[in-house]
Every structure is written in structure tokens, then in C-alpha cells.
Design a protein. Sequence first.
Lengths: 217, 228
Amino acid sequence: MKTRAFHKTYNNRVVLSLPELELPEGKITAVIGPNGSGKSTFAKILAGIERADEKKPILDDADIGYLPQKSFAFRMSTEKNIMQNGGDPARAGELMKVLGIDMLARQSAKKLSGGEMARMALCRILMRPYELLILDEPTTAMDMESTLAAERLIRKTCTEQGCALVLITHSISQARRVSDRVIVLHQGKLVEQGQSAQLLSDPQQEQTRRFLEFYGV
Amino acid sequence: MGSSIQKAIELILSADPELLNILSTTARVCLTSSILALIIGVPLGILYGAERFPGRRVLLVLNRTLIGMPPVVCGLLFYMLFSGVGPFRSLHLLFTVRLMIIAQVVLITPIIVGVMETFVSDTAPALRETARGLGFGRLKEYRLLINECLYSIFSSYLLSFARAIAEVGAVAMVGGAIAWRTNVMTTAIMMYTNRGSFTLGIALGLILLSLSLLVNIVLSLMQGRLSR
């Protein structure tokens, strides 16, 4: 799967300008970078939620699933929220169990805590397969135990479904744990991209080196 | 004062025919107008809140202006339109319950539109981003949005009903407060007080206050249930 080159301008300021990018199927591509580097804007444009300046989707027709940074709980139970995305109740039960929210199935989703809401939203997006799955900081609100369970689930889903998975994260250690490839953004521009293991241990660009050093890697 | 209240309670308990007539006219005017306002106002409010289209801001300003319109001005407008020299005189609607209902609809629909628009503008962006991210179509997106709005729909209805039942200026002008025909609770209180007959006025006032209390109790009870 390949994106087209695009630009995004807000108030006459170019906030994102990216070349063609490869998003391999069956692989997890982590997008990392400091705050304001354009990670979430990239996710929204990729998902078709926002439009690039070129006014056309940056991907050819694809079935895309997108989990926003702040997910919305519909006014219904946790289980019904998850079932809104189709699939069978057994799959919903299995996902809830893996992420430890099975005991909250009948509770109103509006009453979930931040971490529980994030787990519910992840279960919901994983209910059916997509060709491209974009997860924008899916584990930020979760504790370490839930984060690791979520990462295992994300990895398993990507492998089983063979989808191209884009993981937006500000956690270098998360990118190292789950991703196959890494794209590094800085001030709306591509700094470098490559295989995770290689890029994160031996970055070629000064900006990447500084970013990794800042996070103690 | 004490004896007037005692007489008023006796009047309510005795099911006085004139009192019952006033109550049934009031119920007809207020229930019909508030339901019509709900049918018009809810879709408009959701549309103004969820969509961005040319002229939307103008419509919002117009709606806010209508929310603040004095009822007596609304009454005057309808009086001029439907009186013997007005363009709609041939419809013979002046001093009828039907025109009272129409005037009430014009007065209370903007309240429903305003409540719905405020709620939907706040809720729709996050809901829409999530729904689109999941790949839902427009129809499903709207179905989920309406589900989120249930409490707002309910509270805006009760607000508009409360405004309708407490309103006096417009219904007095277009209805004429004709006994046994177009007299509603508020116009009857004014009429009987002007005549110096306080008993019926107090009885009606007590009923109005009780209804207001009831509306607020129902609203409080439903708030917890519907906002879940």
C-alpha cells in the first residue's frame, strides 16, 4: 500500500508535507515524532477524516479503520458499543476478555474511566477486518499491564488479518516492541524511515538521534 | 388570602365546569403546540448543530433573536396578519384556538432549535470522527447522534411546554381570552383578577405552579436515566 505525496496547510502555514510512503501489508508501521510533528494530522488525512491541500484522498480506494486519539463512547453499554462495529458476540467477548473489560460489558460506556474507554475503543475497532488500520496513540490512557495486552492484540490482529497497520505513538519503547517499520516525523516533514530494529538502534539523521536521546534510548 | 386559597382548593376539588373548560383548552393549546414545535425544532436543531452550510450563521442569529422575541410582539404580528385588515383575514382564524397554537409554535420552536443546536454542536464532531473512523455511513452516524440527543430532546420538550403553559401575551392577543372558547389558564388568571375575583385566579395559579413543579421533577428523574 502506497500513499501519494501531499501537503497540508493551516492558516497559510504548511504543517505537513510528506512524500510517497510505503505501508506494507501484514506489517506494523509506527509513526513517531515529538509533539506537533504532524503525527495525528497524518493519521486523519490517511483515514480521510481531513483532506490534504491536493483535495483528494492520499490512498486509492481502501477499506480503512481509524481509531482517533480521543475515542467517543456511544450512549449504550460497553458491549453494545463494541457490537456497533459488527462481528459476532463471541468475538466481542473474546476481545473484552483479552483487554480485561469483560466484567464491564453491561455497564454504560459513558461511565468508563479513561483507560477502560481506550480499551473499549480498541476492542470496537478490532471487531472487523480492514485493509488499512490506523491507531492513533491507542494505549496512552492505559496502565502498563493493559498496554502490553493491547500491543499483543494489535500484533496478532495485524498478522492474522494481513492488514497494513499504522501505529501513531510517542513511545519509542512501544515502537520498538511492536512495530516492523518506523517513520520519523519532525515539524511536519519526514526525517527518516526504515526497519524498526535498525533505525531505532542506529539512526542516520541527527534529528532522529536527538529525539531518541531525549527519550533515553 | 388564607380563605381565598381554601376556596381555590375547594374549587379544584369540586371540578368546577368553567375551571375544567379552561384546563382542557390550556392542555389542547400547549400539548399541540409543543408537539408541533418538537417535530419542527428537533430536526432543525440537529441540522444546524451537525452540518456546516452557507447561511448557517445567519439562521442561528435569527433563531437566537426569535428566542428573545417578546410574546406580545408575536401576538401583535399574528393579530395584524389575521385581523379584518390583514392579508390572511379570509382564513377567519383570529380568536380561535388554532391561531393560538400557531402563535405558540412560532414562540417555542426556536427554544427547541437552540437547545438541540447547542448540544449537537458540542457532541457531533467527536461522534462523527469515531463513526467515520469505524467506516459507518451517514445514516448510522445520524442514528447514533439522535441516540445521544435523547435527553436534550426530552428536556427541550419540557422547556418548551413550560414556556407554552406560562405564556400569556401572544395567546391573549390572538385568542382574545373568550370565556368557554379561548380562555387558557394564564389569560383566565388575568381576566378574573381584573374583575376582582381572586378565587379562580388563585386556583389556576396553584395548578400552574403544581404543573411547573411536576415538569421539574420529571426532568430531574429522566436526567439520570437518559444521560447514561
